[in-house]
Design a binder for this molecule. Sequence first.
Ligand code: ZN
Length: 674
Amino acid sequence: MRNLFWLLAIVLVGFSVGCSNQEKPEPETTAEEEFVWSPESFADKKIIRYQVPGFEKLSLQQKKLVYYLVQSGLAGRDIIYDQLYRHNLKVRKALEHVLENYNGDKSTDDWKNLERYAKNVFFSNGIHHHYSSDKFNPDFSREYFEGLLKETGHELSDEVLTAMFDPAVDNKRTNFDPSKGLVKGSSVNFYDPDITEAEVDAFYSAIQKSDEAIEYGLNSKLVRGENGQLMEKSWSVNGMYGAALKEVVSWLEKAVGVAENEAQANALKLLIEYYNTGDLNKWKEFNVAWVQATEGDIDYIHGFVEVYNDPKGYKGSFENIIQIKDFDASARMEKVAASAQWFEDNSPIMDQHKRAEATGVSYKVVSVAGESGDASPSTPIGVNLPNSNPLRVKYGSKSVSLGNIITAYANADGPGLLQEFALNDEQIKRAQDHGQLAGKIHTALHEVIGHASGQLEPGVPQPATTLKSYSSPLEEARADLVALYFIMDSTLVEMGLMESLEVGKAEYESYLRNGLMLQLRRIEPGKNIEQAHMRNRQMVSNWVLEKGKADNVVEMIQKDGKTYIQINDYMKLRDLFGQLLREVQRIKSQGDYEAGKNLIETYGVQVNQDIHKEVLSRSEKLNIPPYGGFINPKYVPVTDDNGEITDIKLEYPDDFLQQMLDYGKNHSFLPVEN
Ligand code: ZN
């Protein structure tokens, strides 16, 4: 159930998540210190580095666990290439070979175009664009490439070269246009090429589905047997992808030996059994054990997980994300949660809508330590698993926000957007000094207090029933407003969450810039706002703009022919947020559909066409690539004379292409014929 997170991560680069599928206002702050967050851009992509802040706090045993899990994921990297297209590995190997062995002229346009093509392929784990799914068309000729192959002593079959260079061949990775046939029109390697959608449907509807919790078809390719009958080739140590999965398992076995606790070790053992056998019952058992293994500082996502690359939604893509607890964020959340009753008592909502016994909800932020497969180089920013709905209902799910990835996105955007849209140097400086902390406190208040606060009046049904399609934007508005109201409260300074109210001011400026202007970057010209979080943010921003007019609290002003947002009275603005919170809480507590609909439709849906045009043209000039992908950190074991690991060093490589070539050399296990 990660689709929303994933899409947000890809389309809306530079947004953080909060609650399940929540996006947060646009991070605008600039880089800190000298860490280079974004070493390069090419085509429509930006390469980003991320830091792993919690790693140094781990014990040696925990560091080993991280290292073994990261290695296990990298060992399966070849799999995603083969899954996405049957010729991907051959093309990748040829590109690696040429890049490493060609010694001729590298100053030509042809060579530069080849390098860019190779980077595109590495970024997308194959020759189709990771997001649009369209095939990359090389900006160099087949003859040029064949010349390079010849010179470096590498061969590719005519079939593979045609796949690379003929734009008509296999030009869509995952096709959702029914007129071309979902299966036939897709180049993914989940079904033999001559298998039709009707055959896939027939095969899977005929399977005896004895257990609803099992994700049938998840870990196999559907192929045609010798007699023409369809059969599954399972992805397991003794089946397809066995050579890579054997390596994966050998690292997982080491991980079992250094697990933090028994529950974690048992889950890993089930995962190993699953990879060994390909038995989906074991995958189910693993998921139950995994979702219940909640102790410990380290966690992971591992397996054939998400099915979005399969037009039919059966086949899981190989994926691996290693996570370390975000110790700072956890401490912040705990501090906020410990004061939950204080927040409830001091909320501007009506007394009958307050909880007598308020407790914060637990919300997890983690740091990514390493990623592979479907999650790399392009990554989600939040994950909520397992996918099997019966398992979620019965055992719950793990929902995490990938904090260090979100931070990296925010830093990578650089100061461009902020400098363009902030009113003056004072706002810019405030955002640079306090913007990141403001965003983090907003998230903590939104998640831990906001969604958990307030209560319904007796006899009022759940908001999904009363407020219908408006319940989601209104709920997000409620949680945002709790955060906005309290982030300007000096008690937060006393609690030690922040040093001064400058943090609150930075958040107010950033929130309104985003709600009134910046978020419109993501709306196509002529369209209105559909997405719940965007509706919420525009509703809140427009409402305070209008209600504050009489007192001149907030205004949109013109300077040099451009529009800016000026806040004239931060405390009155806080009061307006409080008034709106009181009203939105009343709407929820009483189930007042008409009032809720009115708020959202009046303030949250319509796009101001002039502002929209202006925002698009001002951001276009900044040339910020729409997609971001990540260089992984590298873990280097330090050993003593007996070969025992005494420490694991964390390094931050800064060359994307070099990392891709290293992976090709050191973490490639599937045999490939040319
Ligand atoms: Zn939320």
